[in-house]
Structure formats: C-alpha cells, structure tokens
Ligand binder design. Structure first.
Ligand code: GYE
Length: 359
C-alpha cells in the first residue's frame, strides 16, 4: 500500500513514515516478527513518486496504475506525494525524496520548465530519475534516465485531422468553423502540444480560432471557461477541450445556456472535441455530446516498473518511450485520420468498449 500525503505540510510526516518503512536500527531486536519485517522492507526498493494532483479522471487512473505497479506485494515502498497542481509543491516533494535517499524518483511534472536547480540536486545525489506522463523541456534531457508518456502534439494533430475531414464531408467551409480552446494547465507539455496542433491546423485550414480560456484540466474550470466564452463569443461552434473533464464542464455550461452539444453546427449545435477517452467521455461520444476524443493512455505504472527493473538488472532500454494511442468517434463518418504522414483508424465507441475501459 502506498502512502498518499497531500499538500505542503507533508515533509515531516513523510520523514517519520519513511524511517519506519525503511526499518532502521529501531526495528531490530523487537522479536522475530520485527526482524522478518525488517528483512523484507530492506529488500524492497523505495520509490518516491511526485504526482501532479487529482484534477481529472485520467489522473486518478494514472495514480492507481502507479500504486498497483509499486505495491508492497510487488516488493516496493511507494512514497506518493500529491502536489495538488502547485509546481512549488512538486519541487519540494522531489527535494524531500533526495533527503530521504529513496532508490528511485518518478516524476510526472506539472510544468515543462522551472526544474533547473532541483534536477541538478537529484543528479548530484546519484538517484535515478524517471519522468512519466508529461515531458520536461528538452534542455533537461541529461538529468533523467528515461521518459515514458504520450506524444501530445500527435494527439492534437489526430483530433484536428478528424475535424478537418469531418468538415469536408459535411460540406462545411473552413471559414464557418469558429473554434475556442479550453486550455489545460498552462505550461504543461500536454497543453503545449495539444495547442500547437490546433494553432497549426487552424492556420493551415483557414479555421477561425476565436479565443483560448484556462480550464486547468478540471470540470469546474471547464464550466466557468465555457460560460464566459459563450457570453463573449456567441458565434463559437467548435470547442477544443484539452481533456475530458473540461469537456464535461463545457457540456454543463452549454446546456445551461440553452444550447445543444452536437455535430450539426449549421443548425446551431456546438461541437466538442476532447482528449483522454475516460469512460464518461466515451459515454458522451456515444450519446452525441462529444464528437471526437483523442486517446491519452494513463497506465504508466507497469511501464515505469519495467524501466526500473531493467535499471536494477543493468539492462538497456529506450530512453524515450512514447505510448501508442487511438482516436474515438461515434461513427465512421471519418474512417481514418492523417497525422505526420500516417493514417490512424478511428475507433467507433460501443457500450462494450466503455465497459472495458475501467476508468
Ligand atoms: O490529459 C489530463 C490530465 O498530463 C496527459 O493531465 C496528462 C493530462 C491529461 O489531468 O486529463
């Protein structure tokens, strides 16, 4: 079982818990039970995991994946630090792991930048660093042993290709498309990549990109952002949400304003595009409220564990590991999308697919 410790005031608590978990001298001589416990704990690897927060369905599934992969039964002491989406908390968490001399640090960075000093400290302490999910600015590459995550620019390009092909088939002129973007945490690699794809496609296709508004990857902020966007830009007809939770919020706001979510924008419907493909998001695809979702896979636990196992065994592995992902829509109006000169099939959402999703 991992220990989830929230917020800034965790440092002292973690220190206490960890010294117990590591089974220092204090545990010796407490009888055979104590000694047995000490032996197994000493064999266990201690993993310091610096998580982003709990902002979305994706994030919760990702946390579960890490907890399952690094469970005590699997032979790990997992120290789980939730930064609550505050970059300073995450830097503190990493410093704390250095002090505790954990065996590995696993970092899912909130932001791409701002890591200058602390990564040097990790390096000096000789603790292997694995970055997962969001990526760091390329200038930090020498400071980590591996990164496993998604290609956020590619995800965005796939969704934009779907929109372009859909519009073409529906006979919509590029200039008719009036888009807004509800942004994820500004400066996170997921936000940067998905926005870059949108900006590129808007320019290439002649779509009107009306505005961006902050949604911080949450339903509450997504709703607020959508409400304001509708007031300022009543002509908007496509909402590019940086994740599903923002899309749920956007749906709430659109319906509260008496508008309809759907693909028939000529008749006043508002089309929603999204990322992640959590079960609730896929359900919204099935009932027509979300037009298309670019998949983002949260199950990094086993992937990170495999990297650590290879590091332990001195085996080689790919330093940069990108996860392959799909794209989902309600039907095959668009059969394949094209991005980076490759075709990707569009998967039609079904009840079975949603049931199998698990998050
Ligand atoms: O899309 C969003 C989450 O970093 C890929 O963060 C992740 C994003 C994901 O909160 O739902």
């Amino acid at each position: 079982m991992s220990r989830r410790i929230k917020g800034i005031a965790y440092a002292a608590v973690t220190t206490v818990l960890l010294s117990a978990a590591l089974g220092g001298c204090g545990l010796a001589g407490t009888g055979s039970g104590g000694r047995e416990a000490q032996t197994s704990k000493e064999d266990a690897l201690t993993i310091g995991f610096a998580q982003v927060g709990e902002e979305s369905d994706w994030r919760r599934a990702n946390s579960r994946s890490i907890e399952d992969a690094f469970s005590a039964e699997n032979g790990y002491n997992l120290l789980f630090e939730d930064a609550q989406n505050v970059p300073e908390n995450q830097i503190k968490a990493v410093r704390n792991f250095i002090q505790l001399q954990v065996d590995y640090i696993v970092l899912e960075p909130i932001l791409e930048t701002g890591w200058d000093t602390v990564l040097e400290e990790v390096h000096e302490a000789g603790i292997p660093l694995i970055v997962a999910d969001r990526s760091l600015d390329p200038s930090y590459e020498e400071y980590y042993d591996a990164w496993v995550g998604a290609d956020y620019l590619l995800e965005g390009r796939k969704v934009c290709s779907w929109l372009q092909k859909y519009a073409e088939q529906a006979g919509l002129e590029p200039g008719e498309l009036k888009l807004v973007n509800i942004q994820g945490t500004i400066g996170s690699s997921a936000q940067i990549g998905r926005y870059a794809a949108l900006e590129e496609a808007a320019e290439a296709n002649g779509w009107t990109l009306l505005a961006q508004a902050r949604g911080d990857f949450t339903q509450a902020k997504g709703r607020e952002a959508m409400q304001e966007l509708l007031e300022t830009y009543p002509e908007l007809n496509v909402v590019y949400c940086d994740n599903d939770n923002e899309a749920y919020g956007a749906i709430d706001a659109i319906e509260a304003a008496g508008r309809v979510c759907g693909r028939d924008i000529r008749n006043g419907e508002i089309m929603i595009l999204s990322f992640d493909a959590a079960a609730q998001g896929l359900t919204e695809v099935l009932n027509g409220r979300i037009a298309c979702i670019g998949e983002c896979n949260p199950h990094h636990g086993p992937r990170v564990r495999e990297i650590i196992t290879k590091l332990e065994a001195g085996e080689t592995f790919e330093k940069i590991q990108r996860v392959e992902e799909g794209i989902f829509a309600a039907d095959q109006t668009v059969k394949t999308v094209t991005a980076e000169e490759q075709e990707y099939p569009v998967t039609v959402v079904t009840e079975e697919l949603i049931e199998a999703r698990g998050y």
